[in-house]
Design a protein around this ligand. Structure first.
Ligand SMILES: [Zn+2]
Length: 459
């Protein structure tokens, strides 16, 4: 049945959408697919041309960039060099001045409103147009195609947030998901020990080609299964992890429970689908859709390939609300290497999570939240934890005990590890039963509340 639905979606529903709604996702996907075979210098050239067109449009039609028009018109600077002169756009500035980024004369009917989840800080409103949304979709489908997954293939989505719909809306939504997208939605909120067997039966009966969900939700499900010695017992082409950084221990558990490769999707609500993991396990950036830079989080100066810093995204196609050098809040590193899989899109060397997960030590060093995660994973005492840096010298640590394995001495070792990295900080320890997810359904291990600049590095 799922195979029939997939066939109908591919051969009836999509062609119809293209005719009636002028949906161009498959067309964009073919473009992206052709470009992935091009040599690196040609990809770079195409990207530079798109960037040039975007800059020409932005200085002409977007109030926030109007002051650059005269300089751009002199035409003596390459687009990527010109871009570097434009100040980095952070979320706070964008939220306060969003109207200045709307292109003049854009008909309201062309605008698609969206907003970030706002798990940290206030949600940010922004606009896209339909082609931009379709290009993101196309990038996702291309990434999935690298793993043998096609448009319309059955998918079980393990989603973080409950559906905010009334019953009738929910029925309609689930019907559309089921028959037009071949998707079954399971809420991560419904994943608990009592309902585990029922949920697994639902998944097995649906026979998905792949699962798709938050790293933490997939990991929670995998852990519950493995604890009982269960695996999924149906063949899957992959498990796609999205919206959160995927830790190595999570990847291992997910792969063991679902007996399939774990595929990392890197995207953001306000940044589109930026990169996808290839069968060689590396992350390829869709440079046909976006221009990426990595800069030092404080000085904003560009960093070399291999160096981790703040990722800046310039969406090359969003002409209704161009955001140049938009600082997503993620920490990443570019790579100059080529991948053995043959896909030409450049690699990201690392995606290290959120800037908010980066801690700052008393001596001004950055310490990534992964560091604490690593210490805790090497102990048997704790099921999970959450560490919050309120001020550089003041932290709180919530710990969930692993029943039967807990040893008090592990708390001392953990505190010692924290102080080795951060200096002689004060840590308020509390034992709790569980760590609640944020409003968007994500579980965060490490949260920094003070700004990164609050400690001056020692010379
Ligand atoms: Zn590759």
């Amino acid at each position: 049945m799922m195979a029939v639905t997939g066939f109908l979606i591919r051969h009836v529903h999509w062609p119809l959408m293209e005719r009636l709604k002028e949906n161009r996702t498959r067309h964009y996907m073919r473009d992206l697919q052709q470009a992935q075979g091009l040599p690196a210098d040609q990809l770079l050239l195409r990207q530079r041309q798109k960037l040039g067109r975007l800059l020409a449009h932005a200085v002409r039609h977007v109030p926030a960039y109007a002051s650059l028009a005269a300089e751009w018109d002199r035409g003596d600077t390459a687009p990527e060099r010109f871009l570097q002169r434009i100040p980095v756009l952070d979320k706070t500035h964008f939220r306060l001045h969003a109207d200045d980024y709307l292109a003049k004369g854009t008909p309201l009917s062309k605008l698609i409103g969206n907003r970030t989840g706002g798990s940290t800080g206030e949600p940010t409103r922004f606009y896209l147009d339909r082609p931009s949304v379709e290009r993101y979709e196309a990038a996702r489908f291309l990434g999935l195609s690298w793993h043998g997954i096609r448009i319309g293939d059955p998918c079980v989505m393990i989603w973080g947030s409950p559906l905010e719909l009334n019953q009738q809306q929910e029925r309609k939504y689930r019907w559309k998901e089921r028959w037009l997208k071949n998707r079954l939605l399971l809420s991560a909120y419904e994943l608990d020990e009592r309902r585990l067997e029922t949920q697994l039966t639902l998944i097995r009966r649906f026979r998905p080609a792949y699962l798709y969900g938050y790293a933490s939700a997939l990991h929670t499900l995998a852990e519950m299964m493995l604890k009982r010695g269960w695996t999924i017992e149906i063949p899957l082409r992959g498990v796609v992890s999205t919206a959160e950084s995927l830790h190595e221990h999570q990847r291992q558990k997910i792969a063991a429970a679902f007996q399939a490769p774990v595929i990392n999707e890197y995207g953001a609500r306000d940044g589109g689908i930026i990169a996808y993991q290839c069968p060689e396990g590396r992350m390829h950036a869709f440079t046909e859709n976006c221009y990426l830079e990595v800069v030092d989080p404080i000085t904003k100066l560009p960093l070399y390939p291999g160096e981790s810093g703040a990722l800046l995204v310039t969406d090359l196609h969003n002409t209704v609300m161009p955001r140049l050098r938009y600082q997503l809040g993620d920490v990443a590193a570019l790579s100059g290497e080529a991948c053995s899989c043959g896909i030409g899109y450049p690699l990201l060397a690392a995606i290290d999570g959120r800037e908010d997960d980066m801690f700052v030590s008393l001596s001004g060093q950055y310490v990534h939240g992964h560091y604490f995660n690593h210490i805790v994973r090497n102990m048997e005492s704790f099921r999970t934890f959450q560490i919050i840096q309120h001020q550089p010298h003041s932290l709180s640590l919530k710990l969930v005990k692993e029943p039967g394995r807990f040893r008090r001495s592990d708390e001392d070792r953990l505190l010692a590890g924290i102080r080795t990295a951060l200096g002689e900080v004060s840590v308020q320890v509390a034992y709790v039963d569980h760590i609640p997810p944020t409003s968007s359904g994500k579980i965060r291990y490490a949260i920094r509340e003070c700004p990164l600049t609050s400690v001056q590095p020692m010379e």
